[in-house]
Design a protein around this ligand. Structure first.
Ligand SMILES: [Zn+2]
Length: 156
């Protein structure tokens, strides 16, 4: 009720504003702005009215095939929206460990359960001896062992 009254009153005052301006010396740019504002207001009111009718029709089970068809479309889109939002939330917040399957925050570099590296390498590296092994060997020798004043770490 309240929403519909509001729609009528606003439409009336908009029409009155236009007729007042039309009676004065015509300022084209101002009229254009008024027209754009009124068009936007009408579009907004259509949206409010549409939503209102949507809610009313749902609750009173109005059996207009066109309305029901449109409502079904909206319900379907809402369901899709919810599913996408859920999936996005899941994907954004959680990552699954490929080894043990435990969920970790997407910001975690390693699995909190088994310690598997979770951030994928930029490019897949072959399983055979490759750049990774060479890198680890270089780190074992330790550039820090030679370039730093801190005594070398003791490796078992
Ligand atoms: Zn794991």
């Amino acid at each position: 009720m309240g929403i519909l009254d509001d729609v009528v009153i606003n439409a009336k005052s908009a029409a009155e504003a236009v007729s007042r301006k039309a009676g004065q010396i015509v300022d084209v740019s101002k009229l254009r702005i008024s027209a754009a504002e009124i068009n936007a207001e009408i579009a907004k009111r259509y949206e409010v009215l549409g939503q209102y009718v949507y809610e009313c029709s749902r609750s009173s089970l109005v059996a207009d095939p066109e309305a029901v068809g449109q409502m079904t479309e909206i319900d379907d889109l809402k369901a899709q929206q919810a599913a996408i939002a859920k999936e996005l939330g899941d994907k954004q917040n959680k990552v699954f460990c490929p080894i043990c399957g435990k969920q970790s925050p997407v910001t975690a570099a390693f699995c909190s359960s088994c310690g598997t590296k979770l951030i994928p390498d930029p490019e897949p590296v072959p399983q055979e001896a490759g750049p990774d092994d060479a890198k680890e060997a270089a780190e074992a020798d330790g550039p820090d062992a030679h370039t730093s004043d801190i005594p070398p770490r003791q490796y078992p």
